[in-house]
Design a protein around this ligand. Structure first.
Ligand SMILES: Cc1cc2nc3c(=O)[nH]c(=O)nc-3n(C[C@H](O)[C@H](O)[C@H](O)COP(=O)(O)O)c2cc1C
Length: 158
């Protein structure tokens, strides 16, 4: 099974999360045969969703609850072209900071809402990491990643 991680980041934290998840999932002893690839959002476009397999959006939040700069082109392209994503299954790991109470984790929330509008279906709950919580995002990701992978395997039998 193929898993594509799409990373929206400003200062690299979301990328650390993706790297951690690659380590957790790329276990050679695992029978699942996962093929994991991470793409920074600025290096891709809406056509990425025609790939096979499952997607995981890993994105932080900036400005007034905006997606990070490197995610803007992809987000706007999806919003304007409105491709049919009804064959897409995805997960969402958002990063934010509760200090920004009004816009906490809105980057992930925006992607989640847009993907659903376009027909994509999420696997599992939308995760919201909180930078003010003291929990490292990589640690949260490693713990969450195991359970999410089990949900993926349930949703999409190999
Ligand atoms: C200037 C600035 C604005 C931010 N705005 C928000 C926000 O509106 N909502 C939120 O939940 N987090 C906000 N954050 C917190 C970041 O999303 C959080 O620190 C995240 O872990 C950064 O991940 P990154 O390094 O991958 O970009 C902001 C951080 C900065 C520095």
């Amino acid at each position: 099974m193929k898993l594509t991680l799409l990373v929206g980041t400003m200062t690299g934290t979301a990328q650390l999360v993706a790297q951690e998840l690659e380590l957790v999932w790329d276990n050679p002893g695992d029978d699942g045969g996962m093929q994991v690839e991470t793409l920074l959002m600025e290096k891709t476009d809406a056509n990425v969703f025609s790939r096979e397999g499952i997607f995981l959006i890993v994105t932080s939040t900036y400005g007034q609850g905006d997606v990070p700069d490197n995610a803007k082109a992809l987000y706007e392209e999806l919003k304007s072209k409105r491709p049919d994503l009804s064959r897409v299954r995805y997960g969402l790991f958002g990063l934010g900071d509760r200090t920004y109470a009004e816009t906490f984790n809105f980057g992930g929330k925006r992607f989640d809402e847009l993907l659903q509008e376009l027909g994509a279906r999420r696997i599992g709950e939308r995760v919201q990491h909180d930078a003010s919580s003291g929990v490292l995002p990589e640690e949260m990701a490693a713990e969450w990643g195991e359970g999410w992978l089990a949900l993926v395997k349930e949703a999409v039998p190999a």
